[in-house]
Design a protein around this ligand. Structure first.
Ligand SMILES: [Zn+2]
Length: 444
Protein backbone atom coordinates (compact mmCIF):
# COMPACT_ATOMS: atom_id res chain seq x y z
CA UNK A 1 0.00 0.00 0.00
CA UNK A 2 1.64 3.20 -0.99
CA UNK A 3 -0.93 5.43 -2.56
CA UNK A 4 -1.80 7.61 0.38
CA UNK A 5 1.68 7.35 1.82
CA UNK A 6 3.59 8.53 -1.20
CA UNK A 7 1.74 11.68 -2.07
CA UNK A 8 -0.51 14.08 -0.39
CA UNK A 9 -3.59 14.89 -2.33
CA UNK A 10 -3.66 18.23 -3.97
CA UNK A 11 -6.58 19.55 -5.92
CA UNK A 12 -5.63 21.71 -8.81
CA UNK A 13 -8.48 23.65 -10.26
CA UNK A 14 -8.12 24.90 -13.77
CA UNK A 15 -10.48 27.67 -14.67
CA UNK A 16 -10.94 26.53 -18.20
CA UNK A 17 -12.95 23.44 -18.81
CA UNK A 18 -12.32 21.53 -21.99
CA UNK A 19 -16.00 20.59 -22.20
CA UNK A 20 -16.70 22.94 -25.07
CA UNK A 21 -13.75 21.70 -27.03
CA UNK A 22 -14.90 18.08 -27.10
CA UNK A 23 -16.38 16.50 -30.14
CA UNK A 24 -20.08 15.87 -29.65
CA UNK A 25 -20.92 14.39 -33.00
CA UNK A 26 -23.46 11.56 -32.88
CA UNK A 27 -22.79 7.86 -33.33
CA UNK A 28 -24.27 5.93 -36.24
CA UNK A 29 -24.49 2.24 -35.45
CA UNK A 30 -25.21 0.03 -38.43
CA UNK A 31 -26.72 -3.35 -37.60
CA UNK A 32 -27.71 -6.27 -39.77
CA UNK A 33 -27.38 -6.59 -43.53
CA UNK A 34 -25.76 -3.48 -45.02
CA UNK A 35 -27.01 -4.49 -48.49
CA UNK A 36 -30.63 -4.44 -47.38
CA UNK A 37 -32.85 -1.80 -48.96
CA UNK A 38 -35.46 -2.31 -46.24
CA UNK A 39 -33.82 -0.22 -43.57
CA UNK A 40 -35.18 1.18 -40.32
CA UNK A 41 -33.60 4.37 -38.94
CA UNK A 42 -34.02 4.88 -35.19
CA UNK A 43 -33.15 8.23 -33.63
CA UNK A 44 -32.57 8.59 -29.89
CA UNK A 45 -31.54 11.57 -27.82
CA UNK A 46 -32.83 14.41 -29.98
CA UNK A 47 -33.57 16.15 -26.67
CA UNK A 48 -31.03 15.48 -23.97
CA UNK A 49 -33.41 15.48 -21.02
CA UNK A 50 -35.24 12.38 -22.29
CA UNK A 51 -33.24 9.39 -21.00
CA UNK A 52 -35.86 6.81 -22.03
CA UNK A 53 -35.15 7.82 -25.61
CA UNK A 54 -31.38 7.61 -25.68
CA UNK A 55 -31.16 4.61 -23.31
CA UNK A 56 -33.57 2.56 -25.46
CA UNK A 57 -31.66 3.38 -28.64
CA UNK A 58 -28.37 2.67 -26.90
CA UNK A 59 -29.52 -0.75 -25.65
CA UNK A 60 -30.82 -1.66 -29.08
CA UNK A 61 -27.35 -0.96 -30.43
CA UNK A 62 -25.46 -2.90 -27.74
CA UNK A 63 -27.82 -5.67 -26.63
CA UNK A 64 -29.58 -6.70 -29.83
CA UNK A 65 -28.34 -8.59 -32.84
CA UNK A 66 -30.16 -7.97 -36.12
CA UNK A 67 -30.39 -11.32 -37.94
CA UNK A 68 -32.46 -10.21 -40.94
CA UNK A 69 -32.86 -6.81 -42.55
CA UNK A 70 -31.09 -3.66 -41.47
CA UNK A 71 -31.32 -1.10 -38.70
CA UNK A 72 -29.36 2.12 -38.40
CA UNK A 73 -29.33 3.56 -34.92
CA UNK A 74 -28.40 7.06 -33.82
CA UNK A 75 -28.60 6.74 -30.04
CA UNK A 76 -27.17 10.14 -29.12
CA UNK A 77 -28.30 12.61 -31.78
CA UNK A 78 -27.96 15.61 -29.44
CA UNK A 79 -25.03 14.23 -27.43
CA UNK A 80 -24.03 17.57 -25.98
CA UNK A 81 -27.54 18.12 -24.59
CA UNK A 82 -27.51 14.57 -23.16
CA UNK A 83 -24.32 15.27 -21.23
CA UNK A 84 -25.71 18.64 -20.10
CA UNK A 85 -29.05 16.98 -19.24
CA UNK A 86 -30.78 19.84 -20.97
CA UNK A 87 -33.50 19.80 -23.63
CA UNK A 88 -31.37 21.77 -26.06
CA UNK A 89 -28.52 24.06 -24.98
CA UNK A 90 -28.49 25.39 -28.56
CA UNK A 91 -32.28 25.45 -28.91
CA UNK A 92 -34.67 22.59 -29.62
CA UNK A 93 -33.04 20.31 -32.20
CA UNK A 94 -36.46 18.97 -33.15
CA UNK A 95 -37.48 22.38 -34.49
CA UNK A 96 -34.58 22.77 -36.90
CA UNK A 97 -35.66 20.58 -39.81
CA UNK A 98 -37.17 23.13 -42.16
CA UNK A 99 -34.99 26.17 -42.80
CA UNK A 100 -31.91 26.44 -40.68
CA UNK A 101 -29.21 29.08 -40.88
CA UNK A 102 -25.74 27.82 -41.64
CA UNK A 103 -24.65 29.78 -38.58
CA UNK A 104 -26.78 27.66 -36.26
CA UNK A 105 -24.49 25.63 -33.95
CA UNK A 106 -26.56 22.51 -34.76
CA UNK A 107 -26.41 23.03 -38.54
CA UNK A 108 -23.90 20.23 -39.11
CA UNK A 109 -25.84 17.75 -36.94
CA UNK A 110 -29.09 18.47 -38.78
CA UNK A 111 -27.47 18.20 -42.22
CA UNK A 112 -25.84 14.91 -41.31
CA UNK A 113 -29.14 13.54 -40.02
CA UNK A 114 -31.02 14.72 -43.12
CA UNK A 115 -28.58 12.78 -45.28
CA UNK A 116 -29.28 9.59 -43.32
CA UNK A 117 -33.03 10.08 -43.62
CA UNK A 118 -32.74 10.72 -47.36
CA UNK A 119 -30.69 7.56 -47.94
CA UNK A 120 -32.61 5.51 -50.49
CA UNK A 121 -32.44 2.36 -48.37
CA UNK A 122 -34.18 3.98 -45.38
CA UNK A 123 -37.85 3.05 -45.48
CA UNK A 124 -38.97 3.99 -42.00
CA UNK A 125 -37.81 6.56 -39.45
CA UNK A 126 -38.66 6.48 -35.74
CA UNK A 127 -37.87 9.40 -33.48
CA UNK A 128 -37.83 8.44 -29.79
CA UNK A 129 -39.03 10.80 -27.06
CA UNK A 130 -40.05 10.88 -23.42
CA UNK A 131 -43.25 12.92 -23.18
CA UNK A 132 -45.17 14.51 -20.35
CA UNK A 133 -48.15 12.79 -18.73
CA UNK A 134 -50.36 10.34 -20.57
CA UNK A 135 -51.90 11.13 -23.94
CA UNK A 136 -55.67 10.56 -24.05
CA UNK A 137 -58.05 11.48 -26.89
CA UNK A 138 -60.52 13.05 -24.45
CA UNK A 139 -59.78 15.16 -21.39
CA UNK A 140 -59.78 13.10 -18.19
CA UNK A 141 -57.62 15.22 -15.93
CA UNK A 142 -54.57 17.43 -16.29
CA UNK A 143 -52.18 14.48 -16.54
CA UNK A 144 -54.42 12.43 -18.88
CA UNK A 145 -55.58 14.53 -21.80
CA UNK A 146 -55.13 15.41 -25.50
CA UNK A 147 -52.36 17.94 -24.85
CA UNK A 148 -50.13 15.34 -23.20
CA UNK A 149 -47.65 13.23 -25.15
CA UNK A 150 -46.64 10.25 -22.96
CA UNK A 151 -47.44 6.63 -23.92
CA UNK A 152 -48.30 7.36 -27.54
CA UNK A 153 -47.28 6.51 -31.06
CA UNK A 154 -47.15 9.81 -32.94
CA UNK A 155 -48.05 10.30 -36.59
CA UNK A 156 -48.26 13.56 -38.55
CA UNK A 157 -51.04 12.27 -40.79
CA UNK A 158 -53.02 9.05 -41.27
CA UNK A 159 -51.54 8.01 -44.58
CA UNK A 160 -48.87 8.84 -47.11
CA UNK A 161 -49.55 7.47 -50.57
CA UNK A 162 -47.08 5.62 -52.75
CA UNK A 163 -44.60 5.08 -49.93
CA UNK A 164 -43.50 1.84 -48.28
CA UNK A 165 -45.24 1.46 -44.89
CA UNK A 166 -47.29 4.56 -45.79
CA UNK A 167 -50.39 3.44 -43.89
CA UNK A 168 -49.15 5.24 -40.80
CA UNK A 169 -52.34 5.05 -38.77
CA UNK A 170 -52.75 1.32 -39.31
CA UNK A 171 -49.13 0.60 -38.37
CA UNK A 172 -49.32 2.85 -35.29
CA UNK A 173 -52.48 0.98 -34.26
CA UNK A 174 -50.70 -2.37 -34.57
CA UNK A 175 -47.79 -1.11 -32.46
CA UNK A 176 -50.15 0.22 -29.78
CA UNK A 177 -52.08 -3.07 -29.71
CA UNK A 178 -48.83 -4.99 -29.29
CA UNK A 179 -47.57 -2.79 -26.46
CA UNK A 180 -50.95 -2.89 -24.74
CA UNK A 181 -50.69 -6.67 -24.31
CA UNK A 182 -47.73 -6.16 -21.96
CA UNK A 183 -48.70 -3.17 -19.81
CA UNK A 184 -47.23 -2.89 -16.31
CA UNK A 185 -50.28 -0.86 -15.32
CA UNK A 186 -53.48 -0.01 -17.19
CA UNK A 187 -52.64 3.70 -16.86
CA UNK A 188 -49.69 3.09 -19.24
CA UNK A 189 -51.95 2.21 -22.16
CA UNK A 190 -50.67 3.35 -25.57
CA UNK A 191 -52.74 5.40 -28.03
CA UNK A 192 -52.05 6.88 -31.44
CA UNK A 193 -51.73 10.66 -31.50
CA UNK A 194 -52.21 12.18 -34.94
CA UNK A 195 -50.84 15.73 -34.91
CA UNK A 196 -52.30 16.41 -38.40
CA UNK A 197 -49.32 18.63 -38.99
CA UNK A 198 -50.17 19.72 -42.56
CA UNK A 199 -53.55 21.15 -41.47
CA UNK A 200 -52.10 23.31 -38.73
CA UNK A 201 -52.54 27.06 -38.78
CA UNK A 202 -51.48 28.58 -35.49
CA UNK A 203 -47.89 29.46 -34.71
CA UNK A 204 -47.62 26.86 -31.99
CA UNK A 205 -49.07 24.21 -34.22
CA UNK A 206 -46.85 25.14 -37.14
CA UNK A 207 -43.89 24.26 -34.93
CA UNK A 208 -44.63 20.62 -35.69
CA UNK A 209 -43.71 21.15 -39.33
CA UNK A 210 -40.14 21.83 -38.26
CA UNK A 211 -39.70 18.36 -36.77
CA UNK A 212 -37.54 15.47 -37.89
CA UNK A 213 -40.52 13.22 -38.61
CA UNK A 214 -42.25 15.84 -40.74
CA UNK A 215 -39.06 16.31 -42.73
CA UNK A 216 -38.89 12.52 -43.24
CA UNK A 217 -42.52 12.39 -44.31
CA UNK A 218 -41.98 15.10 -46.90
CA UNK A 219 -39.00 13.14 -48.17
CA UNK A 220 -41.33 10.19 -48.81
CA UNK A 221 -40.44 8.11 -45.76
CA UNK A 222 -42.79 6.51 -43.30
CA UNK A 223 -42.08 8.31 -40.02
CA UNK A 224 -43.27 7.88 -36.45
CA UNK A 225 -42.66 9.44 -33.10
CA UNK A 226 -42.62 7.22 -30.05
CA UNK A 227 -43.30 8.77 -26.66
CA UNK A 228 -43.02 7.05 -23.30
CA UNK A 229 -44.18 8.94 -20.25
CA UNK A 230 -41.84 11.08 -18.18
CA UNK A 231 -43.97 10.04 -15.19
CA UNK A 232 -42.37 6.57 -15.36
CA UNK A 233 -38.92 5.51 -14.15
CA UNK A 234 -36.36 5.26 -16.96
CA UNK A 235 -36.28 1.46 -17.07
CA UNK A 236 -40.06 1.40 -17.63
CA UNK A 237 -39.82 4.05 -20.36
CA UNK A 238 -37.17 1.92 -22.05
CA UNK A 239 -39.36 -1.15 -21.63
CA UNK A 240 -42.21 0.46 -23.58
CA UNK A 241 -39.84 1.79 -26.22
CA UNK A 242 -38.29 -1.60 -26.86
CA UNK A 243 -41.74 -3.23 -27.01
CA UNK A 244 -42.71 -0.64 -29.63
CA UNK A 245 -39.47 -0.94 -31.61
CA UNK A 246 -39.70 -4.73 -31.69
CA UNK A 247 -43.18 -4.45 -33.19
CA UNK A 248 -42.01 -1.89 -35.76
CA UNK A 249 -39.23 -4.33 -36.72
CA UNK A 250 -41.74 -7.20 -36.97
CA UNK A 251 -43.88 -5.11 -39.30
CA UNK A 252 -40.86 -4.44 -41.53
CA UNK A 253 -39.79 -8.11 -41.51
CA UNK A 254 -36.63 -7.27 -39.58
CA UNK A 255 -35.53 -10.10 -37.28
CA UNK A 256 -33.48 -9.81 -34.12
CA UNK A 257 -32.06 -11.56 -31.08
CA UNK A 258 -32.01 -9.89 -27.69
CA UNK A 259 -29.42 -10.53 -24.95
CA UNK A 260 -31.83 -10.18 -22.02
CA UNK A 261 -35.42 -10.90 -21.11
CA UNK A 262 -37.67 -7.97 -21.90
CA UNK A 263 -39.11 -6.97 -18.55
CA UNK A 264 -38.72 -3.81 -16.51
CA UNK A 265 -36.67 -5.50 -13.77
CA UNK A 266 -34.15 -7.08 -16.15
CA UNK A 267 -33.84 -3.76 -17.95
CA UNK A 268 -32.96 -1.92 -14.78
CA UNK A 269 -30.20 -4.41 -14.15
CA UNK A 270 -28.86 -4.13 -17.71
CA UNK A 271 -28.96 -0.31 -17.66
CA UNK A 272 -27.33 0.05 -14.22
CA UNK A 273 -24.94 -2.87 -14.12
CA UNK A 274 -23.93 -4.10 -17.56
CA UNK A 275 -21.66 -1.11 -18.12
CA UNK A 276 -17.90 -0.85 -18.32
CA UNK A 277 -15.09 1.06 -19.94
CA UNK A 278 -11.54 0.30 -20.98
CA UNK A 279 -8.62 2.68 -21.30
CA UNK A 280 -5.41 2.84 -23.28
CA UNK A 281 -5.90 -0.08 -25.58
CA UNK A 282 -7.46 -2.27 -22.86
CA UNK A 283 -4.49 -2.03 -20.50
CA UNK A 284 -7.10 -0.89 -17.98
CA UNK A 285 -10.63 -2.24 -17.66
CA UNK A 286 -13.17 -0.75 -15.25
CA UNK A 287 -16.63 -2.23 -14.60
CA UNK A 288 -18.89 0.73 -13.83
CA UNK A 289 -21.56 -1.13 -11.90
CA UNK A 290 -21.73 0.43 -8.41
CA UNK A 291 -18.55 2.39 -9.11
CA UNK A 292 -17.33 4.80 -6.45
CA UNK A 293 -17.81 8.50 -7.32
CA UNK A 294 -14.05 9.18 -7.11
CA UNK A 295 -11.10 7.07 -8.14
CA UNK A 296 -7.74 8.51 -7.17
CA UNK A 297 -4.30 8.06 -8.70
CA UNK A 298 -5.71 6.78 -11.92
CA UNK A 299 -2.80 5.99 -14.28
CA UNK A 300 -3.02 8.27 -17.31
CA UNK A 301 -0.41 8.30 -20.04
CA UNK A 302 1.79 11.35 -19.68
CA UNK A 303 1.67 13.88 -22.50
CA UNK A 304 -1.04 12.08 -24.40
CA UNK A 305 -4.80 12.27 -24.84
CA UNK A 306 -6.70 9.73 -22.79
CA UNK A 307 -8.03 6.98 -25.04
CA UNK A 308 -11.02 4.93 -23.99
CA UNK A 309 -13.61 2.49 -25.24
CA UNK A 310 -17.01 2.73 -23.53
CA UNK A 311 -19.56 -0.11 -23.45
CA UNK A 312 -22.36 2.24 -24.48
CA UNK A 313 -22.57 4.91 -27.20
CA UNK A 314 -24.12 7.32 -24.68
CA UNK A 315 -21.04 7.02 -22.47
CA UNK A 316 -18.02 9.28 -22.74
CA UNK A 317 -15.11 10.68 -20.76
CA UNK A 318 -14.64 14.43 -20.49
CA UNK A 319 -11.69 16.29 -19.09
CA UNK A 320 -12.95 18.77 -16.55
CA UNK A 321 -10.72 20.76 -14.24
CA UNK A 322 -7.82 18.41 -14.87
CA UNK A 323 -9.85 15.37 -13.94
CA UNK A 324 -11.61 12.81 -16.11
CA UNK A 325 -15.34 12.47 -15.66
CA UNK A 326 -17.10 9.35 -16.95
CA UNK A 327 -20.58 10.29 -18.17
CA UNK A 328 -23.33 7.79 -18.93
CA UNK A 329 -26.23 9.60 -20.53
CA UNK A 330 -27.35 12.27 -18.06
CA UNK A 331 -25.35 10.78 -15.22
CA UNK A 332 -21.86 11.42 -13.93
CA UNK A 333 -20.74 7.92 -12.97
CA UNK A 334 -17.31 8.63 -11.57
CA UNK A 335 -14.42 11.07 -11.59
CA UNK A 336 -10.93 9.76 -12.25
CA UNK A 337 -8.22 11.79 -10.59
CA UNK A 338 -5.23 11.26 -12.84
CA UNK A 339 -1.71 10.37 -12.01
CA UNK A 340 0.36 11.04 -15.12
CA UNK A 341 2.78 8.21 -15.86
CA UNK A 342 4.87 6.88 -18.68
CA UNK A 343 3.26 3.88 -20.27
CA UNK A 344 5.48 1.03 -21.31
CA UNK A 345 4.56 -2.00 -23.33
CA UNK A 346 4.95 -5.37 -21.59
CA UNK A 347 4.47 -8.40 -23.82
CA UNK A 348 4.20 -11.39 -21.50
CA UNK A 349 1.11 -12.54 -19.65
CA UNK A 350 0.97 -12.20 -15.88
CA UNK A 351 0.96 -15.42 -13.84
CA UNK A 352 -1.24 -15.46 -10.78
CA UNK A 353 -2.02 -18.17 -8.29
CA UNK A 354 -5.73 -17.81 -7.63
CA UNK A 355 -6.98 -19.98 -4.76
CA UNK A 356 -4.25 -22.53 -5.52
CA UNK A 357 -4.71 -22.59 -9.30
CA UNK A 358 -2.14 -20.93 -11.52
CA UNK A 359 -3.64 -18.68 -14.17
CA UNK A 360 -2.26 -16.57 -17.00
CA UNK A 361 -4.00 -13.24 -17.22
CA UNK A 362 -3.66 -10.19 -19.42
CA UNK A 363 -3.89 -6.55 -18.49
CA UNK A 364 -7.45 -5.34 -18.53
CA UNK A 365 -8.79 -8.60 -17.02
CA UNK A 366 -11.02 -9.04 -14.02
CA UNK A 367 -9.99 -12.02 -11.89
CA UNK A 368 -12.45 -13.61 -9.49
CA UNK A 369 -10.92 -14.65 -6.17
CA UNK A 370 -12.53 -16.71 -3.40
CA UNK A 371 -9.80 -16.87 -0.74
CA UNK A 372 -6.53 -15.35 -1.92
CA UNK A 373 -4.40 -14.46 -4.90
CA UNK A 374 -0.64 -14.40 -5.32
CA UNK A 375 1.06 -12.70 -8.26
CA UNK A 376 3.98 -14.96 -9.16
CA UNK A 377 7.23 -12.94 -9.16
CA UNK A 378 8.45 -12.11 -12.63
CA UNK A 379 11.67 -10.47 -13.83
CA UNK A 380 11.30 -6.75 -14.45
CA UNK A 381 7.88 -6.32 -12.84
CA UNK A 382 6.84 -4.54 -9.69
CA UNK A 383 3.35 -5.22 -8.37
CA UNK A 384 1.26 -2.72 -6.45
CA UNK A 385 -2.06 -3.94 -5.03
CA UNK A 386 -3.87 -0.67 -4.36
CA UNK A 387 -5.20 -0.54 -0.81
CA UNK A 388 -3.28 -3.61 0.36
CA UNK A 389 -1.79 -2.87 3.76
CA UNK A 390 1.81 -3.90 3.68
CA UNK A 391 4.74 -2.14 5.32
CA UNK A 392 7.48 -4.61 4.43
CA UNK A 393 7.47 -5.00 0.68
CA UNK A 394 7.64 -2.47 -2.10
CA UNK A 395 6.96 -5.21 -4.63
CA UNK A 396 3.79 -7.06 -3.72
CA UNK A 397 4.39 -10.15 -5.83
CA UNK A 398 4.89 -13.52 -4.17
CA UNK A 399 2.46 -12.74 -1.35
CA UNK A 400 -0.83 -14.45 -0.54
CA UNK A 401 -3.22 -11.52 -0.54
CA UNK A 402 -6.67 -11.86 1.02
CA UNK A 403 -9.71 -9.60 1.03
CA UNK A 404 -9.26 -8.68 4.70
CA UNK A 405 -5.81 -7.20 3.99
CA UNK A 406 -7.32 -4.44 1.85
CA UNK A 407 -8.55 -1.09 3.11
CA UNK A 408 -12.11 -1.03 1.86
CA UNK A 409 -12.02 2.59 0.75
CA UNK A 410 -9.51 1.70 -1.96
CA UNK A 411 -11.95 -0.57 -3.77
CA UNK A 412 -13.30 0.80 -7.03
CA UNK A 413 -16.85 -0.31 -6.18
CA UNK A 414 -19.20 0.76 -3.42
CA UNK A 415 -19.49 -2.84 -2.18
CA UNK A 416 -15.70 -3.02 -1.54
CA UNK A 417 -15.19 -6.16 -3.60
CA UNK A 418 -13.09 -4.98 -6.55
CA UNK A 419 -9.48 -3.84 -6.15
CA UNK A 420 -6.80 -2.65 -8.55
CA UNK A 421 -3.55 -4.54 -8.99
CA UNK A 422 -1.09 -2.44 -10.96
CA UNK A 423 2.07 -3.44 -12.73
CA UNK A 424 5.13 -1.24 -13.09
CA UNK A 425 8.65 -1.47 -14.38
CA UNK A 426 10.72 -2.77 -11.45
CA UNK A 427 13.60 -0.45 -12.29
CA UNK A 428 11.72 2.73 -13.05
CA UNK A 429 9.17 3.83 -10.51
CA UNK A 430 6.85 5.70 -12.86
CA UNK A 431 6.71 3.34 -15.81
CA UNK A 432 3.28 1.76 -15.91
CA UNK A 433 2.61 -1.52 -17.72
CA UNK A 434 -1.05 -2.16 -17.01
CA UNK A 435 -3.73 -3.11 -14.51
CA UNK A 436 -5.86 -6.06 -13.58
CA UNK A 437 -8.78 -6.09 -11.18
CA UNK A 438 -9.40 -8.70 -8.53
CA UNK A 439 -12.96 -9.26 -7.39
CA UNK A 440 -13.51 -11.08 -4.13
CA UNK A 441 -16.44 -13.43 -4.65
CA UNK A 442 -16.15 -15.62 -1.56
CA UNK A 443 -17.86 -15.03 1.75
CA UNK A 444 -16.00 -12.46 3.80
ZN1 LIG B 1 -38.94 14.99 -26.93
Amino acid sequence: MNLGMLRSFSLIIFLTSLLWGQNFDFALIKKGDENSTNRLLIVGGIQGDEPGSFMAASLLSTHYEITKGSVWIVPNFNFYSIIKSSRGPNGDLNRKFDNLSKDDPDYYLVERMKKLILDESVKMVINLHDGSGFYREKYIDNLHQPRRWGQATIIDQAKIDGVAYGDLEKIAGEVDAHVNQYLLDSEHKFHTKNTQTYLKKTFEEKEMSKTLTYFALNAGKAAFGNESSKELPVNERVYYKLLSLEKFMDIMGIEYKRKFELNAHALKDVIDNDIFISFNDKKIFIPLSRIRPWISYFPVKKGDQITFKPSSPVMTVLEEENQYVVYYGNKKLTTLVPEYLDYEHFEKAIKIDVDGVEKEVHFGSLVEVKEYFNVIPQEGIRVNAIGYVNQKHSNESGLNIREKYFLKRFSIDKDSKRYRVEFYDSKEENKFFGMILVEFVGES
